[in-house]
Design a protein around this ligand. Structure first.
Ligand code: PMP
Length: 421
């Protein structure tokens, strides 16, 4: 079993040794919300604070130069992680949310007008919906959503039909759904959109941590991901954009660091990437994210993806056996290591709280995908999300605990009145 090879990586994550909830070993299955980080990342960040931290791009003194070097080295490292053609195509942001907001504001305001269409899928995280709603409020453009089929996925035919009928200006979709686990075919959909002159933004928050991404092969126009789900720190994320697009876009946030010259009557912008990095950037976080990408590369993204699929499928199949369980997502083969479910008679919050008493950390609620939940007739679900440091034994614990809880809460399958959440 591939899992055996992965056991050794657990030692890199001190937090995984935690004992929680009355002497239970922690089973951390909430990785889609945020992953844990290895000691190597923690060490690199504390080394920066202890030895060479200073603000970047400003001071002409040793520490500032060292920090600047490491910050720019981080940009080159992250560029190579996603195979960007040029390092200035990598903009450090506060996270996926900030990256998508940057595109919706900067590219959107400059390129979208009343009557234009932005195409999304119904499976999007709020971070890839609300910025477009705001763009619609500002410009009068329309937002259209691709629906899911009965297999919780979307066929190429449906995508082609929407592209052809709606002629959207932008197709913004997630590479992997944080609720369904389903993975969408980024390269294929991007090339289909480009045939209609439509730009593509890919939300890679749930893909960058788990699979190899090559932005040149995928040919996406924009791509966003977060450090904290990718074994890196919070407070940092990446906006990748093709340089000709970023070059033509106006800055989003403004202030120090993003200018060439400021006078009492105006300003001129700095070149990429500084144009999009106003203010003091997340310096130590960028250095930490770089260490995280190196760590993941050394483990191997393809191997991580294969292992998580195996582990996710295993958990999925086990949970499906439990009476009353409905899995919210496609057949195991079509998705990665995310398993969301509802159980007749057990509210997701009760499930999550009770699993905590077993030492198992999962997420309950709408997972910032309210339109998706609504389209499925649900208000909440329970989500177990796996990473390469999780084990088959943890999946077994989850399955056994869910079966026990199901019996305890709904012995006769009787439906309890749902709590308002
Ligand atoms: N998109 C997806 C698919 C996500 O899962 C998340 C985080 N749950 C986000 C966007 C937002 O990421 P962040 O909160 O790091 O900005």
């Amino acid at each position: 079993q591939t899992g055996l090879d992965f056991l050794k990586y657990r030692a890199d994550f001190p937090i995984l040794d935690r004992i929680v909830a009355d002497e239970k070993p922690l089973a951390f299955l909430d990785n889609a919300a945020s992953s844990q980080r290895p000691q190597a990342v923690i060490d690199v960040m504390s080394d920066c604070y202890q030895r060479y931290y200073a603000n970047v791009h400003r001071g002409i003194h040793t520490l500032s130069e060292e920090s600047t070097d490491r910050y720019e080295q981080a940009r080159r490292g992250v560029a190579s992680f996603i195979n960007a053609a040029e390092s200035h195509e990598v903009i450090f942001t506060a996270g996926t949310t900030a990256a998508i907001n940057t595109v919706a504001r900067s590219w959107g305001d400059a390129n979208v007008k009343a009557g234009d269409t932005i195409l999304l899928t119904i499976a999007e995280h709020h971070a890839n919906i609300v910025p477009w709603h705001q763009l619609a409020e500002r410009t009068g453009c329309k937002i259209e959503f691709l629906p899911l089929d009965e297999n919780y996925t979307i066929s190429d035919e449906v995508v082609a039909d929407h592209l052809q009928r709606l002629r959207p200006k932008m197709f913004a979709f997630t590479a992997a759904s944080n609720t369904l686990g389903v993975e969408f075919p980024v390269q294929r959909w991007t090339s289909m959109a480009h045939e209609y002159g439509c730009r593509v933004l890919v939300d890679a928050a749930q893909a960058a941590p788990h699979q190899t991404l090559d932005v040149q092969t995928l040919d996406v126009d924009f791509l966003a991901f977060s450090g904290h789900k990718t074994c890196g720190p919070t407070g940092i994320g990446v906006l990748y954009g093709k340089s000709e697009l970023l070059d033509a876009m106006p800055p989003f946030l403004s202030g120090g660091g993003m200018i060439n010259e400021v006078t009492t009557s105006g300003f001129t912008c700095a070149a990429l990437p500084d144009k999009f990095e106003a203010g003091t950037p997340p310096i130590v976080e960028a250095i930490g994210l770089h260490a995280a990408t190196e760590y993941l590369t050394s483990v191997g993204l393809d191997a991580i993806h294969a292992y998580e699929k195996e582990l996710g499928s295993y958990a999925d199949r086990g949970l499906r056996q439990i009476d009353g369980v409905r899995i919210i997502g496609p057949e195991p083969d079509l998705k990665a290591g995310i398993v969301s479910f509802v159980i007749k008679g057990v509210h997701a919050h009760d499930m999550s709280q009770t699993l905590d008493a077993y030492g198992i950390a999962v997420r309950a609620g709408h997972h910032c995908t309210m339109p998706l939940h609504k389209s499925l007739g649900l208000s909440a679900s329970t989500r177990a999300s796996f990473y390469f440091y999780n084990t088959f034994e943890e999946a077994d614990r989850l399955i056994a605990a869910v079966a026990e809880i199901r019996k305890r809460f709904a012995p006769s399958g009787r439906k309890r009145r749902p709590r308002n959440i």
